[in-house]
Design a protein around this ligand. Structure first.
Ligand SMILES: [Cu+2]
Length: 218
């Protein structure tokens, strides 16, 4: 005959497992597939949730980078939380002079090769447009968000996990959205949710490489 108390103690781990399961059931995953008006998988978009049940969660700062490869910003669009640090390594063998005049973050990284000494902190939410003083065709974006719930869209798909269920205010941003600045959706999510969204995108600007003069090594 097993005494009652030890039996209860043996039951405790099972009870706490049940509790964990109940907690997990109130979180959900948002998966979105995105195509453009011609049915092509969308690249360079950002999916994010601004509020859940009208409440905004505080984003934690992160560390990110925007590389420079073959006279392009890689990735073309980088999403980060406000307060995050971003490094701008230059993987090219020529020098770049990265700058932004955007209100959310104005900065300049004078001509450099390799990795600048200090990453830059982006503490204000908003869109930061990147350029290079030397190469006019270089264009990139850092989207600084006041939400921890976001995902960069790649190959027409994005997933945000561990979301509280509730009424999600969902937004999608892309640098070539034809009309609005972002797509707004409201989703009453009680479980894992899959959405499909078509974006109307403006044509891609023809990116012309600056002519290379022999011996000119910026
Ligand atoms: Cu450059």
């Amino acid at each position: 005959m097993v005494p009652a108390l030890p039996r209860l103690l043996r039951l405790l781990p099972a009870l706490s497992l049940l509790w964990l399961y109940a907690t997990a059931a109130s979180s959900a995953t948002l998966t979105m597939s995105l195509t453009d008006q011609e049915g092509n998988a969308v690249e360079d978009a950002v999916l994010y949730i601004t509020t859940i049940d009208g409440k905004q969660a505080a984003p934690a700062p992160m560390q990110a980078s925007v590389d420079q490869v073959d006279e392009r910003f890689v990735p073309h669009v980088r999403a980060i939380t406000s307060g995050s640090s971003v490094s701008f390594p230059n993987s090219d063998h020529i020098r770049h002079h990265v700058y932004s005049f955007s209100e959310a973050r104005t900065f300049e990284l004078p001509l450099y090769i390799g990795i600048p000494a200090e990453p830059l902190v982006f503490d204000k939410a908003g869109l930061v447009t990147l350029g290079c003083n030397i190469h006019d065709h270089m264009l990139g974006y850092v989207l600084v968000l006041d939400t921890p719930y976001f995902a960069e869209v790649a190959a027409g798909s994005a997933t945000i996990s561990d979301l509280p269920t509730g009424k999600w205010a969902v937004e999608v941003w892309h640098p070539r959205l034809a009309q609005e600045t972002a797509i707004h959706l409201t989703v009453d999510a009680t479980a894992d949710t899959t959405l499909q969204q078509q974006l109307e995108l403006r044509p891609e600007r023809m990116v012309r490489r600056a002519p290379r003069r022999g011996g000119s090594r910026y």
